[in-house]
Design a protein around this ligand. Structure first.
Ligand SMILES: [Zn+2]
Length: 441
């Protein structure tokens, strides 16, 4: 964590300086940290900056100066941050995220979660901003009876790290420029996301040309275009296989499963769930554009202790065998549900307030600040330092120790307001040459 401060500050320095009209000029490093504080203290709205970071918190300015390596005498108001972000735009903030992720990859902090040498990248879309009025020319519209909602969606690529970390690595905003005219709603949604997927991976490959990637996505990507996009951007994939989406292929799959009864693996998970895996190698498929594909398909039946059964299936470009089936299905397939749990949900529900419109003009910049702050929070929450401190208190995890993520944010805010963070306090984040280690036990 401490490791990031000088580097993050150096990266912020690379942002082009906007011309400032206000009388008091704030250093851009100070403003970026101020903006990150909005999220790492989980303040919930931009207005809260003016109250929670106000003068009744005597150490706030000093502590931000220490983080940003600046010498600001006064505190900005939330409009100062807004003004700054409007001037610089969202691209440099996205660039900061990219540099942080690149750093984590380079220091091998995420290697433990690799699947067959590849990084598992979850792809998923979510509703992001919803307004009761049209707020820009590109809102997606949705009719609900008498009312029309104006929305923005986002498609995210999230890299799966160790200890359930979920790290935003590429982002595409979806708006009405993606919607083809005159198609049904479900169809339109799929076309939208597939188009956005192509842009998303284009961006990911520009930033990370050599990264070995295995995409993990839901059933909507299991189609000709979904396979083609993965191929074009040199990605492997594990996509959910839904009977209804590819009915003829599903029938082939079921027939072939019966022909290869040896391709079966059974196990009981540590929490007592019985899993039966069956698979088919080299399942062939010709898509609507006449392109030929061959991949592996896995079916998994789960029986919980109470007798409830569930079934899962995936299509994958990874090789499936007795030795690899569990890894591919669990790390590549099942993990995609983690994005909902650890990624979007965590960002919607834990005070990060993803769906809040932090700004009507430069919301994308706030979106990336949120992603960076969430990454920092995960490093703190799941890193080895807090775990060791928690263990000293007889607790297993930092969250158990503090009671909740919200409590952790509150303690952080209290500390930011009232405790002067000395050089040693900051250094304690990682005494000596830094290693970020995740709690994977
Ligand atoms: Zn809009």
């Amino acid at each position: 964590m401490r490791h990031f401060f000088p580097e993050l500050n150096a990266w912020i320095d690379q942002i082009d300086d906007p011309r400032f009209a206000p009388m008091v000029v704030y250093h851009k490093r100070f403003l970026v940290w101020w903006g990150l504080g909005l999220f790492f203290c989980r303040l919930g709205s931009r207005r809260q900056l003016d109250f929670q970071f106000a003068a009744d918190g005597p150490q706030v300015v000093g502590n931000f100066n220490r983080l940003a390596d600046t010498a600001q005498q006064s505190r900005p108001v939330n409009q100062t941050l807004e003004y700054f972000l409007r001037k610089v735009g969202s691209a440099p903030i996205a660039g900061l995220r990219q540099q942080m992720v690149r750093r984590l990859i380079r220091m091998k902090a995420l290697d433990e979660a690799r699947l067959h040498g590849r990084f598992v990248v979850l792809v998923d879309g979510t509703g992001y901003l919803v307004f009761g009025h049209r707020h820009c020319a590109h809102c997606l519209t949705q009719r609900h009876g008498e009312t029309t909602l104006y929305m923005h969606q986002v498609l995210e690529a999230k890299l799966l790290g160790p200890a359930d970390t979920v790290i935003s690595i590429a982002t595409e905003f979806i708006d009405n420029r993606d919607v083809p005219v005159a198609t049904g709603q479900e169809r339109a949604k799929q076309d939208c996301e597939l188009k956005a997927l192509r842009r998303l991976l284009g961006g990911l490959r520009k930033d990370f040309p050599q990264l070995p990637v295995c995409l993990s996505g839901d059933g909507l990507y299991a189609c000709g275009e979904g396979f083609q996009v993965a191929k074009d951007y040199r990605c492997d994939f594990v996509y959910v296989f839904q009977p209804g989406r590819l009915p003829a292929l599903w029938q082939d799959f079921q027939a072939l499963l019966r022909l290869c009864p040896d391709q079966r693996w059974e196990r009981v998970t540590p929490d007592g769930v019985r899993q039966v895996y069956r698979w088919v190698n080299g399942l062939r498929y010709t898509d609507s554009a006449g392109r030929q594909w061959a991949f592996e398909a896995i079916a998994c039946t789960e029986t919980k202790k109470d007798g409830t059964e569930s079934e899962w299936s995936w299509l994958t470009s990874l090789k499936v065998s007795h030795a690899t089936v569990v890894g591919v299905a669990m790390q590549g397939g099942r993990q995609r549900w983690r994005e909902e749990n650890e990624g979007f949900n965590a960002q919607k529900n834990s005070g990060l307030n993803l769906e809040h419109a932090y700004s009507h003009t430069c919301w994308a910049a706030y979106y990336f600040l949120l992603q960076i702050a969430h990454l920092l929070l995960q490093l703190v929450e799941k890193g080895s330092l807090l775990r060791r401190l928690a263990e000293a208190q007889g607790k297993r995890t930092a969250v158990q120790w503090f009671g909740s993520l919200k409590n952790m944010a509150q303690r952080l805010l209290e500390s930011l307001r009232y405790v002067a963070w000395t050089e040693e306090t900051l250094a304690q984040f990682g005494a000596g040459p830094i290693q970020i280690r995740f709690d994977t036990s």
